[in-house]
Design a binder for this molecule. Structure first.
Ligand SMILES: [Zn+2]
Length: 387
């Protein structure tokens, strides 16, 4: 059974057919989102996003709510551990706290889920070269999945990226383009390089399938514990949009019999455009000037999907909070010493942010709460030396 119907622009609603190579909306350049025949799923096999017949593991087990490709590229992404974190939570009166450890994915981060699906789409479209701007994890994931799919990759890395990223991308056979500046400078360099040939561009919200892969975090969490809050470190915002889209789809197929979980965005105090917009009550987020934080994965001054992220927060009765770098480093140590998980600074920001949200009574400590550690900490050991 095929349920994937095509794409719809998240900004203006323009529809694009399923076989199109378009990465963004042809009418307004907004983010394209995948659309499914949720009514057919609901009538046929209600109850879950999983595909009971064809099975499979990890991300592809949820193929009823993924685009269908003849070839599903996989390195074993998904099915990451959900670690009970009561000992961490009890320091602020929380008993039902869990950490979703995305560092168990191939290349060590949640980006693997999205790249598995995005690279499978490129294969289906017959596109042989892919590129992405990245300060780390997205570039590494693309390089690895590109190697697996025999797709040539170009990764545009800003000069403020952690050392070692470029070397590891090259190890997978990717070409590395070093760009002076931050992630938005790398993005501009990529645009200038590809010109009008945008077929292989996998930048955040400039292709529709990275969100689809990341939706499976929500599907797994729903199978596991039905969370009441999900706290997510947020830069470009594919993660938070993916969670929101996943839960909207679970509602549509009749698999969610309670309100969707409340979603919380955590940003760094030195780069918090979405938190500022949420607090000001605006629909869009102004770009952040001079972004500065040790957490390079969330050092993202603007998102192309700011409207969708803010919508996700408001529709889920969610929250947004920013944390200082000092709180992030303290949280890295606290998570490691309490749970035995060496988290990325971004994942640690989620815990630091949750503590603030509980202190300000935005989140009740009695709720069933998940913090998402988006990547492992080993690549960021250099931060420990300077703290
Ligand atoms: Zn549009």
């Amino acid at each position: 059974m095929r349920f994937f119907e095509g794409y719809r622009c998240g900004a203006c609603g323009f529809e694009v057919e399923a076989g199109s190579p378009a990465g963004e909306c042809p009418a307004c350049a907004g983010p394209l989102l995948c659309v499914y025949d949720t009514g057919a799923i609901r009538r046929g096999l209600p109850g879950s996003a999983r595909a009971p017949k064809r099975g499979g593991k990890g991300v592809w087990r949820f193929r009823r709510l993924l685009p269908d490709f003849a070839e599903e590229i996989t390195l074993g992404e998904g099915c990451t551990p959900l670690i009970p974190a009561g000992r961490l939570g009890e320091t602020i009166g929380m008993r039902r706290l869990y950490l979703k450890d995305e560092s168990a994915n191939p290349t060590g981060s949640f980006k693997a889920r999205g790249m598995a699906v995005a690279v499978s789409r490129l294969r289906a479209l017959g596109i042989s070269t892919a590129c992405v701007p990245s300060a780390g994890n997205a570039g590494l994931a693309l390089a690895a999945y590109g190697a697996a799919a025999l797709i040539r990759c170009r990764v545009f890395i800003p000069s403020d990226a952690p050392s070692g990223v470029a070397e590891e991308c090259r190890l997978y056979g990717a070409e590395v383009v070093s760009v002076s500046g931050v992630i938005s400078d790398a993005s501009r360099a990529l645009d200038a390089s590809v010109g009008t040939d945008r077929g292989g561009v996998l930048s955040t919200f400039r292709e529709p399938c990275r969100v689809e892969g990341k939706k499976t975090i929500a599907f797994e969490l729903e199978d596991e514990i039905e969370p009441e809050w999900i706290v997510f470190p947020t830069g470009g915002g594919t993660g938070i949009v993916a969670l929101w889209k996943a839960y909207r789809e679970l509602e549509a197929i009749g698999a969610l019999r309670r309100p969707m979980p409340r979603l919380a965005v955590v940003q760094a105090a030195g780069c918090a455009p979405l938190v500022r917009a949420f607090e000001e009550g605006t629909d869009k987020a102004k770009p952040w000037k001079n972004p500065a934080t040790i957490a390079s994965g969330i050092r993202v001054p603007s998102s192309r999907a700011d409207m969708l992220i803010l919508k996700a927060l408001r529709e889920s009765a969610g929250a947004a909070v920013s944390v200082e770098d000092g709180e992030i480093m303290a949280a890295v140590k606290e998570i490691a010493g309490t749970l035995g998980v060496f988290s990325s600074p971004e994942g640690a920001a989620a815990w630091a942010g949750l503590k603030r949200l509980v202190r300000t009574e935005a989140v009740s400590p009695s709720a069933r709460i998940v913090i998402v550690n988006t990547a492992g900490g080993a690549r960021y050991r250099f931060l420990l030396e300077s703290s």
